[in-house]
Design a protein around this ligand. Sequence first.
Ligand SMILES: Cc1ncc(COP(=O)(O)O)c(C=O)c1O
Length: 394
Amino acid sequence: MKFTEYPIESLMYITNRPEIVFTHGKGSWIYDNEGKRYLDFIQGWAVNSLGHCNEGMIEALEKQARTLINPSPAFYNEPMAKLANLLTQHSCFDKVFFANSGAEANEGAIKLARKWGRKHKDGAYEIITFDHSFHGRTLATMSASGKPGWDTIYAPQVPGFPKADLNDIASVEKLITKKTVAVMLEPVQGEGGVIPATREFMQQLRALTKQHNLLLIVDEVQSGCGRAGTLFAYELSGIEPDVMTLGKGIGGGVPLAALLAKADVQVFEAGDQGGTYNGNPLMTAVGYSVISQLTAPGFLEGVRARGEYLRAQLLALSEERGFLGERGEGLLRALLLGKDIGNQIVEKARQMQPDGLLLNAARPNLLRFMPALNVTNDEIDQMMSMLRSILDSL
Ligand SMILES: Cc1ncc(COP(=O)(O)O)c(C=O)c1O
């Protein structure tokens, strides 16, 4: 079908989209309405952890769709219980609440922290967050985010989110007052440009939050579920946070997110938290398939190996072209271009013939790579060779 034949005019304008319609995908490849294929290093924005149309997920979705789609969040269902149990078995957390998006999981974390503050810290409610952080698009999570300009678009903001600088413990310490209840951060800032919190900083944060009796909340919506090479990125720093949020990769492409907490932090009482679709069996059955595949023997070792391979290729390219290096964890990486040519590269990559390449410039001076966690080294080689030919053409 031609692009002009799709009734796109009924869609609300929210961003500039290219004049293509994606129709189907498999693994690391996605196809448009003209039949052109693209090597996908965006994967739904770090969402399709197992690539497009993973067989295990399809099987789980089909089976669950024929069994039970939604009994209402007021009742238990089997996939919800099984997925929660799988997550607690593989993490330092004891309790799980399922949500539908990363922002909603973060809203839950903010509410849990504020309730905990009311119960245990004399009504303390402020959550220290970080410059350039990204926590979502609801009013509270936009206020928690340190994205430039977000303080004014929908002003007034939700109060209570003072901003510190990532990897600068003194900047956090300075903001602690009697009103502070928690510190919340992404172990790897994703939208901010793939900036990892250092191991040292995470350990300092854990010690500081313990010293002041504050909660440590990790937003692992982007860095979690295998993306950083470990099941959860907090594992890289050898600490245990009090609260964690998951999104994106947990559903492998379907809308699923989660809020996890240690038992002693779980202070919700009946009616405090909920939502129509929370823990619905259709999505949690898929999440169970995803997390089971990620935790299968050898899978995460493979992610680390492929992450190292991608890292080596990006470093070699950086040296060859005089760029500023690369950074990231696992299969969430950035190539530091040193100049604002990121968006130009992204456009040219998509328009390449005969095959296109989907890349993202999280900031104009860098490229972000977030392939499927089961991407192959051959596909990484193909991506690198396409990228080289784009750079040659600039
Ligand atoms: C770290 C982080 N937190 C929260 C979100 C928001 O997730 P969602 O778009 O599912 O609401 C994102 C999305 O990019 C994210 O990267």
